[in-house]
Design a protein around this ligand. Structure first.
Ligand SMILES: [Fe+2]
Length: 218
């Protein structure tokens, strides 16, 4: 998007594009780093950037330009934010010991890269022509960012949702095996099935109901 170079520094769109560049840089560093503490540190940095960026878009930028951009584009952006927030909530909740953590972050990065491409390729060029004081909007966004960095980001529905189901369905494969166990015939239900959870030890399911998970030796 060549126009980015022609916009004033405090133009709302310049601020968003700078955020996008910074986030993409963090994703690149994640891919080039070794698994372990370095990747974990980068995940933490990315989550913080993404949460603040999402809030300024959702609270300030999207409402200001929504009526000037096609409804479908704005709705798609809303849904992409929702999906990203679900993954962010899971990453916030699961610690570094979760063996899906790096894979989950990779999926988040792919999803956000796609979202950025659509915003910069479709939404922002249309929003740029809106009858909006983009420099005033930019100042409002910068002030809100400062506030979020100091006071933290507000809680969201996706964090509440993930907190409510946490530990029940760690992966689709575990959830599918649990469903199959609960739907098995009465004869089969007498059999004891074993299900391995990624972050816990082996646990047993009898008559379709899970026993308490055993603590792992670690
Ligand atoms: Fe966005």
């Amino acid at each position: 998007m060549l126009e980015r170079l022609l916009l004033p520094e405090n133009h709302a769109i310049s601020i968003l594009i700078k955020d996008h560049d910074r986030v993409k840089d963090v994703f690149d560093r994640f891919e080039k780093s070794e698994s372990g503490p370095e990747k974990q540190r980068i995940i933490k940095e990315a989550l913080s950037e993404l949460k603040i960026h999402a809030v300024i878009e959702e609270e300030i930028f999207y409402p200001a330009v929504r009526k000037y951009v096609e409804k479908d584009l704005m709705n798609e952006a809303d849904e992409e934010h929702h999906v990203a927030r679900v993954l962010i909530a899971e990453l916030d909740q699961d610690g570094p010991s979760n063996d899906h953590r790096e894979a989950k972050f990779t999926v988040l990065a792919e999803s956000v890269r796609h979202h950025i491409k659509e915003e910069e390729g479709e939404m922002l060029p249309k929003a740029k022509n809106a009858k909006v004081d983009f420099e005033a909007l930019g100042r409002e966004m910068l002030a809100r960012k400062k506030e979020l960095k100091t006071r933290g980001v507000p809680p969201d529905a996706e964090h509440a949702m993930i907190a409510a189901v946490h530990g029940k369905d760690d992966t689709p494969a575990v959830a599918a095996r649990r469903t199959r166990a609960t739907q098995s015939s009465p004869k089969d239900s007498d059999k004891v099935r074993s299900v391995r959870k990624p972050t816990q030890g082996r646990r047993t399911i009898k008559s379709g109901r899970a026993s308490k998970p055993k603590r792992s030796a670690a």
